[in-house]
Design a protein around this ligand. Structure first.
Ligand SMILES: Cc1cc2nc3c(=O)[nH]c(=O)nc-3n(C[C@H](O)[C@H](O)[C@H](O)COP(=O)(O)OP(=O)(O)OC[C@H]3O[C@@H](n4cnc5c(N)ncnc54)[C@H](O)[C@@H]3O)c2cc1C
Length: 389
């Protein structure tokens, strides 16, 4: 059994870092999070959590919170972008029976606040931007922008797509623009039709673009995610405020439902993200440091699995530290249990855009969709999947 006094640092307090922190606490450890930002924060947008993630969150004690704050879509519906014809409806009513956990849609801020309260703000050091890391066989030295440094036994790097830790210890090839762009907004439900507010996940498809909507905060708000293509990402920042008129150009001639969504977006609340990718790694461990979440396996959002995968990582990390006799063994169990699964999610998510956008939407009328459900991705249970020891 590992000494519970082990000094564990988590770099980054996003969904991945916080989940890992809570899972380690449940395993009896007292990790600390070092977060760059002065305040925790998530973008104003929705997020979907598939059963593989909700199983993990429930195991950490969040079942009641999810029941109270998330809604469960009845169906995921695919529509023809231009004609508005319903092409396919994927039943989600039976998720709890089939996968023993719900498929949830919720506000990102609600999810993040749940995790912060679960982990405890007092266990987080804010405005701690990691600038350098040295990771050896017996410990890790962290250096921060404010000139301070910390010596810890183990570091978990959950510092996102542009991970300083990944760049320093694993792979310094910069993230590459994928050619995909995401536009996000939240719209008050009263500005929209009853269909948008109903508990459906609605996806309008066309060649080279699609647009998804679903309600969050009960049905008070509607989350809109539009996905388009671009040859390059010219902006310095990877996310930026955007003009509605610019987004509307991508959906000219599309169905009334889509026009109503675009019309309802509040003028100054549309954001645009260039989506960047990095190659899968052969290992996530260097000395006593391991990567987790987007730092380890960033993926395009076409299957809604990035945060779910980070949650799976966190749950398995906690189990690995319970099962192992040494910190090195724990990191190895974590990596060996996770890397194949995460690489699969990364690969399939990155292909998801081509599947949804490359073919004529008419094809979806008769062809069963290859998605996270049909690929068996929902059936993974991070709480019971055998650890690779
Ligand atoms: C348009 C879009 C829609 C998506 N929809 C879904 C969805 O429906 N379902 C789903 O499961 N996933 C979805 N995702 C993916 C999901 O958002 C990410 O995979 C997830 O948020 C990654 O969490 P993380 O904690 O690993 O990284 P991040 O959220 O990037 O968190 C990293 C944290 O580390 C901090 N940090 C960074 N550098 C440093 C440093 N040097 N020192 C200290 N702290 C640092 C950051 O401030 C941040 O708090 C979507 C993504 C996009 C772009």
């Amino acid at each position: 059994m590992i000494n519970k006094e082990l000094n564990i640092a988590i770099i980054g307090g996003g969904i991945g870092g916080l989940t890992a922190g809570i899972a380690l606490q449940k395993a009896g450890f007292a990790p600390r999070i070092f977060e760059r930002a002065p305040e925790f924060g998530e973008v104003g947008a929705g997020i979907s959590m598939s059963p593989n993630a909700t199983l993990g969150l429930e195991s950490l004690g969040f079942a009641d919170f999810l029941n109270g704050h998330a809604n469960e879509p009845l169906e995921q519906r695919l529509y023809h972008g231009e004609t508005g014809e319903l092409l396919q409806a994927i039943d989600r009513r039976d998720c709890r029976d089939t996968y023993k956990a719900a498929y949830c849609q919720l506000h990102r801020a609600d999810l993040l606040n749940m995790l912060i309260d679960g982990f405890g703000r007092e266990n987080c050091a804010m405005v701690k931007s990691l600038t350098a890391i040295e990771s050896g066989d017996d410990g890790v030295t962290l250096t921060f922008e404010d000139g301070t440094s910390e010596r810890v036994d183990v570091a978990i790097a959950a510092d996102g797509l542009r991970s300083v830790v990944r760049d320093s210890l694993f792979d310094n090839e910069p993230p590459e623009f994928s050619g995909h762009v995401a536009w996000r907004a939240l719209v008050p439900a009263e500005k929209l039709s009853a269909l948008s507010v109903d508990r459906f996940n609605i996806n309008h498809l066309g060649t080279g673009r699609n647009i998804v909507s679903y309600p969050v905060r009960g049905t008070q708000l509607v989350n809109i995610v539009a996905l388009t293509k671009a040859d390059e990402w010219a902006e310095e920042s990877w996310n930026a405020k955007a003009e509605k008129s610019e987004l509307a150009q991508h959906y000219e001639g599309w169905a009334d439902y889509v026009q109503d969504l675009l019309e309802a977006i509040p003028g100054d609340e549309l954001y645009r993200w260039g989506l960047f990718v990095r190659k899968p790694l052969d290992t996530w461990i260097s000395g006593r440091t391991a990567l987790l979440g987007d730092a380890a396996h960033p993926m395009l959002p076409y299957m809604g699995q990035g945060a779910s995968c980070a949650i799976e990582d966190g749950v398995i990390l906690g189990r690995a530290f319970t099962a192992a006799n040494t910190p090195d063994e724990a990191l190895k169990i974590y990596r060996d249990t996770r890397i194949e699964r995460a690489s699969l999610l990364q690969r399939e998510s990155n292909l998801g855009g081509e599947r949804l956008q490359a073919i004529n939407p008419d094809a979806f009328r008769d062809t069963p969709i290859k998605n996270e459900d049909s690929l068996g991705i929902f059936a993974y249970d991070p709480v019971t999947v055998p650890l690779v020891v």
